[in-house]
Design a protein around this ligand. Structure first.
Ligand code: ZN
Length: 444
């Protein structure tokens, strides 16, 4: 629901992340009925409606996490430091087999709590139990692209993942204004979904104009498997099936060759960079510079807690930029401005929401966060220096510095108090659910 009424943020520094890099050392932003009515300097703008004194905080667009699996918060800190196949066979799949709708809800609530505490206002999710978890995502106050997973084999939820996923989309589509849940489909990956099913998913997404959220070329092993099976790279195989004629969000996108990249560029496939997950599983390093040189749009995601542990997008952003600089031997690559854009407006673009969110501009939805400038990480702060502000966000801040958040103008967190959730209950239910999974899957 969009908030009704008018209020003005004042006593804050504002980074708008618009195309012109507009910022206000002493800014004001008026929010009306969930949208930004006016944004400017304290000297220019009057105080309208209720006054929100931000105590000198740094205000910027909410962060957009373009790839995650919210159910996996229950698997956090289990079975780390393993090789991929051991990790999947000995820990992840045995635990996943004991999930239920109720446990998926507990996991989603915990993930949403972590997203909020770290400044993520919008996230692109992919998993089963979409119907069960969508109300949890909606009640958290966040904006969520919820891709119901489609898998060739039966899942823990259902024998017919396509049927469950498409029924979910049909039930939730068209209610985004009210729920902030944008339903879509998540065919898992080229190695886990066959050609006939991938084609049906693509047809459905085109017909309903919804996003197709998948994983492409995460590992070299995946490429080898697909090449052995179909004689093509995963990207060229999907192109041959007509899948890439959809709006496609492709997690990882690491092992792409020249022809794959040309296809990505021509089809407008969005690549979600998941640096910490890729480092932890030693999947490889996304060829970020080459992707950008091909005109491919890139955003950033945490991936799930089972392959990242922490949902701190600011921390991942810094890691992601630093490894690219190192890999390319070029410290000028991926500068702070670009880093901040990657986790805001470029994320919005990946989800086809850039006209609504991702920057703070009059007419857009009021999805914003504030960083606590009393944090030692944000001191000293040169409020009249754009480069200093971008650097503070990109290199110095972390999720723990986020103190306030609003989505659609509704306050979700104020002074680090989450207003939309009963956090004690969320922690208790998640703890119990995780203990159940560990006990029944005999991971420990
Ligand atoms: Zn993933």
């Amino acid at each position: 629901m969009q908030s009704l009424g008018t209020y003005t943020l004042t006593n804050c520094t504002i980074l708008t992340v618009d195309e012109a890099d507009t910022f206000f050392a002493r800014g004001r932003m008026t929010v009306q009925n969930g949208r930004i009515l006016r944004i400017g300097s304290e000297a220019e703008l009057p105080l309208e409606g209720d006054v929100a004194d931000m105590g000198g905080k740094l205000v910027l667009p909410g962060l957009v996490n373009t790839h995650t699996h919210s159910h996996s918060s229950l698997f956090k800190n289990q079975a780390d430091d393993l090789r991929l196949m051991d990790w999947l066979n000995k820990a992840m799949w045995p635990m996943e087999a004991h999930l239920s709708a109720e446990r998926a809800r507990a996991a989603t609530a915990l993930s949403c709590m972590e997203y909020i505490s770290g400044g993520i206002t919008t996230y692109a999710d992919q998993f089963y139990y979409a119907e069960a978890i969508a109300p949890v995502a909606s009640a958290s106050g966040l904006r969520c692209l919820l891709a119901a997973t489609v898998f060739e084999k039966p899942s823990v939820e259902t024998d017919d993942t396509f049927g469950a996923a498409t029924a979910f989309v049909e039930r939730w589509l068209g209610r985004e204004e009210e729920t902030r849940v944008y339903p879509c489909l998540g065919p898992h990956a080229p190695y886990s979904v066959g050609p006939e099913l991938f084609g049906r998913v693509a047809d459905f997404c085109r017909k309903h104009d919804v996003l197709l959220h998948t994983h492409i070329s995460e590992t070299q092993d995946e490429n080898d498997q697909i090449r052995a099976r179909y004689g093509k790279t995963p990207t060229q195989w999907l192109e041959g099936l007509g899948v890439l004629e959809n709006r496609v969000l492709a997690a990882h996108s690491i092992h792409l060759d020249e022809r794959d990249m040309r296809i990505y560029a021509r089809r407008g496939v969005h690549a979600s960079y998941n640096p910490v997950s890729n480092l932890k599983l030693v999947s490889g390093i996304m060829p970020y510079r080459t992707l950008r040189e091909h005109g491919i749009q890139v955003s950033i995601g945490t991936d799930g807690a089972q392959s990242n542990n922490s949902m701190d997008l600011l921390r991942d952003l810094r890691t992601g930029a630093l490894i690219q600089k190192q890999a390319e031997g070029d410290p000028t690559l991926f500068p702070a401005r670009e880093m901040v854009r990657l986790c805001t407006i470029e994320g919005a673009r990946a989800l086809d929401l850039e006209r609504q969110i991702g920057s703070l501009e009059a007419g857009k939805r009021a999805d914003f966060i504030a960083l606590d400038t009393e944090s030692p990480r944000l001191c000293p702060l040169h409020r009249s220096s754009l480069s200093n502000l971008y650097s503070a966000v990109a290199y110095a801040a972390c999720g723990a510095d986020v103190s306030d958040m609003a989505v659609d103008g509704n306050w979700v967190m104020k002074d680090r108090t989450i207003l939309t959730m009963d956090c004690d209950a969320v922690r208790k239910e998640a703890q119990e659910a995780s203990e159940y999974l560990v006990r029944h899957s005999q991971v420990q």
